[in-house]
Structure formats: C-alpha cells, structure tokens
Design a protein around this ligand. Sequence first.
Ligand code: COA
Ligand code: MG
Length: 290
Amino acid sequence: MRPRRALLYVPGTSLKMMTKAAGLDVDSVCLDLEDAVALAQKEEARRLVAQALAELDFGMTERCVRINEAGSELARADLEAVLPLRPDAIILPKVASPDALRWADALLLEAETAQGWPIGGIALIALIETAMGVVRLTDIAGATPRLQALAFGAEDLMADVGGKRTPSNREVAYPRSAVAITAAAFGLQALDQVFVAYKDLDGFRAEAEEAAILGYQGKQAIHPSQAQVAQEVFTPSDEEIAHARRVLEAMRKAEARGEGVFALDGKMVDGPMIKAAQRILTRAGIEFSS
Ligand code: COA
Ligand code: MG
C-alpha cells in the first residue's frame, strides 16, 4: 500500500489551490466536493475538480476526491463527474455503515469495467466521523477489499455526539484510538484528524507526534505547511532507524545464543520490540532479513 503520511485537503472550488497542491511534494491530496463546498457551488466544484484531474500534473502525489455522502444524489453526480478522469482514490465522508462503502464499490467497479481499467484499482478511504461510524467500526473496516484507510474526523464526530472540542483531545481519546486499533486489525492505514488552527504549526506537530504514538501512519492536513510537517513526522527519523537496526542486530546475536529475550541499553527486548523495529525499517523502505 502506498504511504499516506499527509493527506492535504483542497477546496474543489479553488483551481488556484488545486494548482498549488499539484506542485507540492505530498503523498496524497484530497480535492474536496463535500464540507469545503457550499451547496450552491457543488456543480461548479465538480467541473473544476474534473478540470484539475484532467489538466494538472500531480507527479507522484495520489489524487483523491472526497465526494458527498454515499447514496445521495450529490454523491452520484460527484462520481459521474470525476470517475471518467480516473482519480486514484475516492474518500467517503461520514461513513456510518458498510452499505456506504458497498454503494461506492459497486459504482467504481462499474466504471472500471466499462473503461477497461484494472478492477479494484481505484481505492476507497472511509472517514469515521459520526457516532454510528465509531459504533460500527468493525463492520465498516471489513466491508470491501477496496478500502485502504480509515481517516478519523474529530470535528464532525463531536458535532454529532454533542460534545465539545478541546485542545486536550480528551473527548476523542476513545474513538481516535479505536480507529487506529481497528485499522491495524484489518490491515488498513489510519489517518489522524484535522488540526484547524493552521497557523499553529507547533500544535500541529505535537498532535501528529501523538497520533504516531497511537499507531497512526499519517495525518489529514488543510494547509501546505501542515502537510510538510506531517510528511516529516510520519517518516522514521535517523535515530529511530539506527535504533531499530541495533535491536535487530542484537536479536540475531541473541538468537545465535539460543535466547529469545535479551537486554539492550538496560532495557528488556523481546517479541513486540522486535516487531516494532521491523515495522520502522519497513516504513523507511529498508530491507531486512530475519
Ligand atoms: N491546498 C493548496 N494550497 C493551499 C491550501 C490548501 N489546502 N491552503 C492554502 N494554500 C495556498 C494559498 O492559496 C496560498 O497560496 P499563494 O501563496 O500562492 O497565494 C498559500 O498556500 C499560503 O496560504 P495562506 O495565505 O497561509 O492561507 P489562506 O488564508 O490562503 O488559506 C485556508 C487558509 C484555511 C482557507 C486554506 O488553507 C484552506 O482552504 N484549506 C483547506 C480547507 C478545506 O479543504 N477544508 C475541508 C476539509 S477539512
Ligand atoms: Mg466534515
């Protein structure tokens, strides 16, 4: 699966911002037809997003489109407008049941079949941002092999729950963790919540680091500077890579001695630390033999 360290939202109404996004060195961009677009502008946004997909060179960046809620007339028109331009992924907002994914899956399959494109080539990403989405996480995560990532939406979730957003994030501790754990259980990526104070890059970085600790592999972003920080945070650092190499080296020596558990720098190392070290090298694109 391709890395999605940063997923940058760009309003589908702004050809200027979409042009800017195309030139950035970011894993994924999301051309938005949903919350960033007022109802009266939906049609114009569809036209502009189709134009952007047709004319702009996004280089290695993944071209995602966020459509309106699955099953709606808006979403149907969104897909009609963008699917002929073969986006890399479709992002579904407010996913509350596996039916939402199956609805999109069927339409993507239809387009792929009609166009002669590889079946399953267009990925799906589900936003978990409603109370029902959290409650039905496991059904949603297993809905279709086309699903590659779960993205967590804190703002919409708390609006749905009737709670309050706070800088502490304590109100989302449970669902934010649940998304990371469910994603891991189903072999999916987990993409962390949006940080709305886009001028506070230190705050964004701290939240991204916290997400990495929880097991997230990437973060949604709303500004190019946030995307750049997310790319950094979710790339293993030189120190992390060096430490992972030392752990695996020490493991080889321990194995040669017939020991499964050993000490390194005054700390016990066994199975889970070895798995974590292997994961870091995989994320860094480094081969290792075990
Ligand atoms: N994608 C691409 N380019 C963006 C961008 C984005 N999400 N956000 C800002 N830029 C561009 C600006 O156009 C500007 O370009 P320029 O220097 O060529 O003029 C540059 O980056 C600097 O932007 P800045 O002036 O700091 O911010 P702004 O006031 O123009 O925009 C927001 C602030 C919040 C309105 C804007 O970042 C935005 O619309 N973000 C996405 C919101 C969204 O999609 N929300 C829905 C999903 S949660
Ligand atoms: Mg939203």
